[in-house]
Design a protein around this ligand. Structure first.
Ligand code: ADP
Ligand code: 5GP
Length: 215
């Protein structure tokens, strides 16, 4: 968060957002990043080809399967998974940066990745975005028109598997009305920033300061 108090903390918050493909997590996550300039985005590595308009190094690091496999072998990923026929992974660099510099970091990753991040970083905040219905999910996936027919069918099939894992998450945001869903995601982020683990450092400073000023 880019406010005065946030700068006093020394630990970055890891915010994991997952959902079945098409539920709206990219739309919601983008809005959150626009709202909070201090919230970093973890740019994943993927073997998926870029969609029209996607930029290398901004949306994803687009790599070959060979490069991806080498990175796996070198232990460069904090998590990685096969999703819809491609490999996706989060490099440790992004997380180290968040934890060391106190920058909050948003991860748009699937449930397999979410599970790995949570087991390595138990303080990660886990948000799962649900579509209002399976029919609406299908409508959104088809309406997005960024994927081939085969890819859309693969994603719809994968949605059932992804939905099954909602119970590994701490917060469930239902994305029926976009504004309302965004309010919920924003509220989770803002409240998580007030978690005592992140604020305890500041409170300790105040206690020390107050003791020093005691007559
Ligand atoms: P995901 O990242 O979960 O795959 P996207 O954010 O790309 O999903 O959203 C899928 C499609 O649904 C996009 O075309 C997006 O504009 C649309 N969409 C997202 N949220 C809503 C909503 N609340 N109502 C209607 N359409 C939505
Ligand atoms: P898309 O191809 O639509 O950009 O993403 C497909 C799925 O892969 C989405 O559910 C997205 O959250 C997930 N994904 C993107 N990056 C990563 C990553 O680094 N790791 C994992 N495990 N999943 C990812």
């Amino acid at each position: 968060m880019s406010n005065r108090h946030a700068r006093r903390q020394d630990v970055g918050l890891l915010l994991v957002v997952s959902s079945p493909s098409g539920a709206g997590k990219t739309t919601l996550a983008r809005r959150l990043r626009d709202d909070f300039s201090g919230l970093g985005f973890s740019v994943s590595y993927t073997t998926r080809p870029p969609r029209t308009g996607e930029q290398d190094g901004v949306d994803y690091h687009f790599v070959t399967q060979e490069t991806f496999d080498r990175m796996v072998g070198e232990g460069r990923f904090a998590e990685w998974a096969h999703v819809h026929g491609h490999s996706y992974g989060t490099a440790y660099e992004a997380i180290d940066q968040a934890l060391k510099s106190g920058t909050d970091m948003l991860f748009d990753i699937d449930y397999q990745g979410g599970r790995q991040i949570k087991s390595r970083f138990p303080d990660a905040v886990m948000v799962f975005v649900l579509p209002p219905s399976v029919d609406e999910l299908a409508r959104r996936l088809r309406g997005r028109a960024t994927d081939s027919k085969a890819s859309i069918e693969k994603r719809l099939h994968g949605a059932v598997e992804e939905l099954n894992h909602y119970d590994a998450y701490e917060y469930l945001v239902v994305n029926e009305n976009l504004d309302r869903a965004y309010d919920e995601l924003r509220a989770v982020y803002v409240a998580s920033r007030c978690n005592w683990r992140l604020r305890a450092h500041f409170a300790e400073q105040l206690v020390t300061e107050a003791r020093r000023q005691e007559p």
